[in-house]
Design a protein around this ligand. Sequence first.
Ligand code: ZN
Length: 198
Amino acid sequence: MKEKHNLIVNEIVNQFRTLTKQTKRNSEKMLFELINSNSVLELKELLIAIDSVFDECPNCFYFLVNGYCESCMNEKRNSKKICVVSTILDAKNIIDKDVFDGVFHVIKGEIDINKNLGASELKIGELFDRIKDSDKVEVIVALNATFKGEITSNYLIQELLARHIKVSRLARGIPFGGMVNYVDKETIKNALKNRDKF
Ligand SMILES: [Zn+2]
């Protein structure tokens, strides 16, 4: 019985891990906290509510709230300036800090040689499609200052230059290893303002 019990627990913890991208320890903590507080049903209702409110924008891959995309549908944003980020959270961080008046494109990850994750698995082709008929577009590459972020940035810059697109990237103000998601307002503001042009 103990074996079976453990098997079921492990399976659920693993599913939790896959879905939330948390460590095993955190997944266990969340699972048992839910059981302990008798809030599984409430969580179920919350997840259903989340599912009915949120969606993915088919144009920029930021999130929609009741069909509205802050990046694509806010008319005050300059659609000729496209900031490329790797996750929704990165875009949200820049939007919340109010330091950029352009639009976004979320590529949903970074090139990862170890995991065999190439550019074709990311929303990069969709970016090229999005800008192929636009005139005078500037793409600002705002990926993390990490090894994977650098590889992805270099790939994007080369591909965009080959397509004769004006391209720049965040200035080197972000220390190596820095994540766009965690950077404070002044740093991201300066990195956008003093961006390196190619
Ligand atoms: Zn959008």
